[in-house]
Design a protein around this ligand. Structure first.
Ligand SMILES: [Zn+2]
Ligand SMILES: [Zn+2]
Length: 187
């Protein structure tokens, strides 16, 4: 069975060197759907609590919200960083609180202090699915990701890998047989 969670991300980007309107800087609300598959956890009759999937995903994905997403070779990147520097917001601002942990994967590097994500490839809806899977595959049993942004949509199926030991009382993943949320211990 599957549990399905949803996340919204507001971001700006462009398709550098793309021969179309999308080569100009513009923004979207992106909708990400995460489908997680596992056995039914008998204690709570769920695969996984959807708010916990959301929380796990949001921890890293908040770096994409109200963020600028640019490809690493885009000349806008140094230009924007120069402006942020002059304005004194490159290394953070008191009102910039929605920061996840900085991450660096093969496909994307987050700079939470200035709400910037630098990508290796153009951030299309397909590109975003590759980035998200890379970031979350070790945390959740993801079997499908769907990302829509404006009229664009993409989805990808993934092979489920094993089963995650979950707390029978609150449903979250056990760490070394202990629930980090309610303290339940696996007998
Ligand atoms: Zn776009
Ligand atoms: Zn628990």
């Amino acid at each position: 069975m599957r549990s399905i969670a949803h996340i919204e991300l507001q971001y700006a980007h462009r398709f550098y060197n793309f021969k179309g309107e999308a080569q100009y800087l513009h923004g979207h609300t992106g909708h990400l759907t995460i489908e997680v598959e596992d056995s039914i956890n008998k204690g709570i009759n769920m695969v996984f609590p959807c708010n916990e999937i959301q929380k796990t995903a949001w921890e890293v994905l908040q770096n994409f919200d109200h963020a600028l997403i640019l490809r690493e070779d885009d000349p806008l990147l140094p230009a924007i960083l120069d402006v942020y520097e002059i304005q004194g917001i490159k290394n953070g601002a008191p009102t910039n609180k929605m920061m996840g942990p900085a991450f660096k994967t093969e496909l994307a590097t987050a700079h939470p202090q200035c709400r910037l994500v630098v990508t290796k490839e153009t951030m299309t809806v397909e590109g975003m699915i590759k980035i998200v899977y890379e970031l979350l595959k070790d945390k959740l049993n993801i079997v499908k990701l769907t990302f829509t942004s404006g009229v664009n949509a993409a989805s990808c199926d993934f092979k489920p890998e094993g089963t995650i030991d979950r707390c029978p009382l609150c449903g979250i993943a056990l760490k070394n047989g202990v629930c980090p949320k309610c303290g339940y211990r696996k007998p």
